[in-house]
Design a protein around this ligand. Structure first.
Ligand code: HEC
Length: 125
């Protein structure tokens, strides 16, 4: 039998906690974590502002923006592809597509974005 759909289950809490750990997990040749690029105010890379994802980045950014059409490569990207491309930028092996790791990271980003308006499907650089 299905429980109350608004109830937060232990498994969701676990995914959030695992996602948070993954976000701060350093590794790869540069010893980067997601937080290295998305954990502080005012970080930029190649003239690109990097959104802070450890808290709510605001409407239409991060979790509230994907899937999005990327003008730079003319492709529609899911959050999965967005995450994998950031793992590539981190010089870290990609987690499996739709793996528990990516679901956990998305849960962490989604909970952090609580209250912001989604503009998905968005248009991104
Ligand atoms: C080396 C720096 C770097 C690291 C490390 C990195 N990212 Fe990113 N991230 C970027 C850049 C640059 C962009 C913007 C890409 C663009 O617009 O071309 C971005 C964009 C994003 C976005 C989309 C933000 C938006 O505009 O809506 C999300 C979500 C994201 N990163 C999540 C992550 C996660 C999760 C990790 C860890 C697995 C991570 N990033 C690691 C550089 C990084």
């Amino acid at each position: 039998m299905l429980g109350n759909p608004l109830e937060i289950h232990q498994s969701q809490k676990t995914f959030y906690e695992v996602g948070k750990r993954l976000f701060f997990q350093r590794g790869g040749p540069h010893d980067f974590s997601c937080a290295s690029c998305h954990g502080e105010e005012g970080k930029r890379i190649r003239l690109q502002d990097l959104p802070i994802l450890t808290k709510n980045p605001g409407d239409g950014v991060g979790f509230a923006a994907w899937p999005a059409y990327r003008v730079s490569n003319g492709q529609m990207w899911s959050m999965q592809l967005r995450l994998n491309d950031c793992y590539r930028q981190q010089r870290f092996p990609y987690p499996g597509f739709a793996s528990d790791a990516t679901v956990a990271l998305s849960t962490y980003l989604g909970v952090n974005a609580k209250g912001s308006a989604s503009v998905a499907p968005a248009i991104k650089r």
